[in-house]
Ligand binder design. Structure first.
Ligand SMILES: C[C@H]1O[C@H](OP(=O)(O)OP(=O)(O)OC[C@H]2O[C@@H](n3cnc4c(=O)[nH]c(N)nc43)[C@H](O)[C@@H]2O)[C@@H](O)[C@@H](O)C1=O
Length: 373
C-alpha cells in the first residue's frame, strides 16, 4: 500500500481536511518518522496527525506488507485531500535515500524510531544491529546536517534512546547515570546517543535523546515478553494452546504504555533548547509479577502453564531497570497516564478478543492452531 510516487510538499501542504479549521489557516507542520510501521511509529503518527501535522514515514521494502499497525490511518494518496500520512521506501542503511527524502519532504521535525529493536536477536545479528541502530542514526544525523547546510533550513531531530543503555548500572536510572550496555543492541544505542549529543555540540543541531524505558501496548511485537505473555494467555484461555515457554522471569522492568510515551518525544522537540530526557513510570516489576497480574486477571494460575526454557536466556542479562523521570516531569510537564495494572489488563483484553477471533477461524478450518503444545 505504500506510495511509490513523490508528492511535492506544496501539493501536500495545500491539502487540508474540512474538520480541522483551527489549524487550516497555517501551513501544516511536516514530520518525518523512521520506523513508522512499528509500535511507537504508529502511536506517534496518530498523535502528530491529531496535532495537524503532515506525517511522512520511511518504510523498508519487504516481500510482504508490514504496515498492519498503520493500515487504519492510511488513506490512498490519490485521495490527496485526506492523505496526510505518506509512506516512502528508504532504509537507514542507505544514506542516499535518507538525504533524498529530506530534500523532497523538507520536514521541520525528524523522529528516528527505526531499529533492529530485539535485544536477544542482537546477539544473533550483531553487525546488522550496529549498522542500523548505531551507524543508521549517524547516517540520518549527517543527512539532516548536510540538508540544513545546503538549504538554509532548520530541522529538529529526535533520537530514540533506550533504558537498555544503563544495562548493569543499578536503579534508579536518570540522565546522569553512567551507561553499561549488556548487548550489541544496547551498545549500538549508546553509540547513537553520543552521535546525537555530538551533532548537537558540534553543529548546534536541535537534537534530543529520549531515553525511554520499556513501553508496551496491544501493538507490541509478539516476541517481546509482555506481548508474548498476553498473546499466549488469550490463546490458552480459549483453548488454542496450553503452555508458554519463557526465559528469565526474575528480570525487572519499568513498563509504561507506548501511547503515553510518544507525547514525550514530541514535547522534547517543542522546547527552547535541545536536551536529553529519561521517560519512565518510576515503578519496576518482574516478569513473574506480569505473569501473576495477567493470568490472575482471567482467573488462571500462570504456574499451570509456564515452563522455563533456557534458550530464552540471554548471554548477558539486564536485571533491574527503574527510571527516574523527574527531569521530564519538571521540564516537559510530562507524566504517564496508564499504570502497570491498567496496561496489563488493556493488553490481555485485546489479546483475548484476538484469540476468540482466531478460534472462530480455527474451528471453521480456515487456519490451524499453529502446532502449539
Ligand atoms: C527499552 C527496551 O525494551 C525492550 O527490551 P527488553 O527489555 O529486552 O524487552 P523484552 O520484552 O524482550 O525482555 C524483557 C525481559 O524479559 C525477559 N524474558 C524472559 N522470558 C522472555 C521471553 O521468552 N522473551 C523475551 N523477549 N524476553 C523474555 C528478558 O530476558 C528481559 O529481561 C525493547 O523494546 C528494546 O528495544 C528496548 O529498547
Amino acid at each position: 500500500m505504500a506510495s511509490e510516487d513523490n508528492v511535492s510538499r506544496s501539493e501536500a501542504v495545500a491539502t487540508l481536511n474540512g474538520d480541522d479549521s483551527h489549524i487550516a489557516s497555517q501551513p501544516r507542520k511536516v514530520a518525518l518518522v523512521t520506523g513508522i510501521t512499528g509500535q511507537d511509529g504508529s502511536y506517534l503518527t496518530e498523535f502528530l496527525l491529531g496535532k495537524g501535522y503532515e506525517v511522512h514515514g520511511l518504510i523498508r521494502r519487504s516481500s510482504n506488507y508490514n504496515t498492519q499497525r498503520i493500515n487504519h490511518i492510511y488513506v490512498d494518496p490519490h485521495n490527496a485531500n485526506k492523505a496526510l500520512m505518506k509512506l516512502h521506501y528508504a532504509d537507514l542503511s542507505d544514506a542516499s535515500s535518507l538525504r533524498r527524502w529530506l530534500d523532497v519532504i523538507k520536514p521541520e521535525e525528524v523522529y528516528n524510531l527505526a531499529a533492529q529493536s530485539h535485544v536477544a536477536v542482537s546477539f544473533e545479528i550483531p553487525d546488522y544491529t550496529a549498522d542500523v541502530v548505531a551507524t543508521g542514526a549517524l547516517r540520518l544525523l549527517e543527512a539532516v546536517r548536510s540538508h540544513m547546510a545546503d538549504n538554509g533550513r532548520t530541522i529538529r531531530y529526535y533520537q530514540a534512546g533506550s533504558s537498555e543503555m544503563f544495562g548493569s548500572t543499578p536503579p534508579p536510572q536518570s540522565e546522569t547515570t553512567p551507561f553499561h550496555p549488556r548487548s550489541p543492541y544496547a551498545a549500538s544505542k549508546v553509540a547513537a546517543h553520543w552521535y546525537t549529543v555530538n551533532y548537537r555540540e558540534a553543529y548546534g543541531l536541535y537534537a534530543c535523546n529520549g531515553i525511554l524505558f520499556n513501553h508496551e501496548s496491544p501493538r507490541r511485537g509478539e516476541n517481546f515478553v509482555t506481548r508474548k505473555i498476553t498473546r499466549a494467555l488469550g490463546r490458552i484461555k480459549v483453548g488454542l494452546q496450553t503452555k508458554l515457554f519463557l526465559g528469565n522471569i526474575q528480570a525487572s522492568r519499568d513498563w509504561g504504555f507506548a501511547g503515553d510515551y510518544v507525547e514525550a518525544m514530541w514535547l522534547m522537540l517543542q522546547q527552547e533548547k535541545p536536551d536529553d530526557y529519561v521517560v519512565a513510570t518510576e515503578e519496576s516489576h518482574t516478569v513473574e509479577e506480569f505473569l501473576e497480574v495477567s493470568f490472575g486477571y482471567v482467573g488462571l494460575n500462570w504456574k499451570d502453564h509456564v515452563e522455563i526454557d533456557k534458550r530464552y536466556f540471554r548471554p548477558t542479562e539486564v536485571d533491574n531497570l527503574k527510571g527516574d523521570a523527574s527531569k521530564a516531569k519538571e521540564l516537559l510537564k510530562w507524566k504517564p497516564k496508564v499504570g502497570f495494572e491498567q496496561l496489563v489488563k488493556m493488553m490481555v483484553d485485546e489479546d483475548l478478543e484476538m484469540a476468540k477471533r482466531e478460534k472462530v477461524l480455527v474451528d471453521a478450518g480456515y487456519i490451524d492452531a499453529q502446532q502449539q503444545p
